[in-house]
Structure formats: structure tokens, C-alpha cells
Design a protein around this ligand. Sequence first.
Ligand code: MN3
Length: 198
Amino acid sequence: MSFTLPELPYSYDALTPYMSRETLEYHHDKHHQAYVTNGNNLLKGTEFEGKSLEEIVTGSYGKNAGLFNNAGQHFNHMHFWHWMKPNGGGAIPGELEKKIVEDLGSVEKMKEDFIQAGVTQFGSGWNWLAVKDGKIVVMKTPNGESPLVHGATPILGCDVWEHSYYIDYRNRRPDYLKAFVENLVNWEYVAELYSKAV
Ligand code: MN3
């Protein structure tokens, strides 16, 4: 398969004031597009042509850095647009909420730990909720990595590369992460990925 830039699942203005049209235009139209274009060029002629995106990500990790970086970021961003919605961050679907409380203590503790993972990811990367060995865990990864290459299934990720927040929040990454958790997260999509992961 080759990589294709998906449409955003909402309008460019839909996430204001928490994420602006300008951020989405740069982030989706320029950054994500670049991962798609570069990924397709680097995929040509490799053993990974014809594989699924997940197989390309896990197969190229540690073997083909250029392809991995672009395919990994394509995978991350394919989900990232769906991990947000207008008026997001509300109630967590019951079954998922129960599992979060069971594995991470409470919803408040999960939010705190998730934000802390993003704040402490040094440089570019992502912070995550993932399912590993049947449990929900908080993770962070550098650059284009994701829980996929660490034996876990991502169910929620936040992009903490500066291109995701510098226009709207400048250097205030903690404020961006708080807004993401409180006002943007699409918990229905997280629940959908959780139900497929267990
Ligand atoms: Mn990004």
C-alpha cells in the first residue's frame, strides 16, 4: 500500500480556541503531508511495499530509520486527528473508565500521569495511553515512535512536537497538554481502540 493523507474529520476551525485553524493547516497540510510524501518515496523498492501501515511501522523499526520515521509519524497522525473532537474531553465511556480506574488508580490520576509523561518527554515525541499485557499503561516515546514498537497497542496519543502547539501556546507545553486532556480528547474513539486491543 502507499500512504495517503486523510481529510481532517472536522473543519479547520472546529477545535478553536484550543487548537487554531493556523495550527491545523500547518500540522495537517504541511507536516503530515510531508510524512506521507517522504514515506511513499522511501517505501519504493523496499521489502515493505504491499504491507499494512502497522506492519511497515513495526518492520522498519531499527532497520530502516528514514522509512520508520515517516511511516511512524503517518501512523501516529492518522490516529491523532481522531483523538480530538470539538467539545472533547468529556465523560469517558463506562467500560473504559472502569479499566482506567482499575489499572491507573482514578481518572484524575490517569490525566495527571498522562500530562506528566508529555511534559517530561525531552524534545520531540508523544505521550500515550496504551494497552500492554492486558493493562492500560501511560507511556512516552521520542520522535516518530509509538507503543506499537514496544509491544503495546496505543489507544490515545498526544503529539508534543513543537509544531503541534507552538503557534497557539508558544513554549507552554503543559498548558497545551491540559487543554488536550480537558477540551479535545475524543474518548469514544479511545474506547473504540481499547475494545479492539483487548
Ligand atoms: Mn505532528
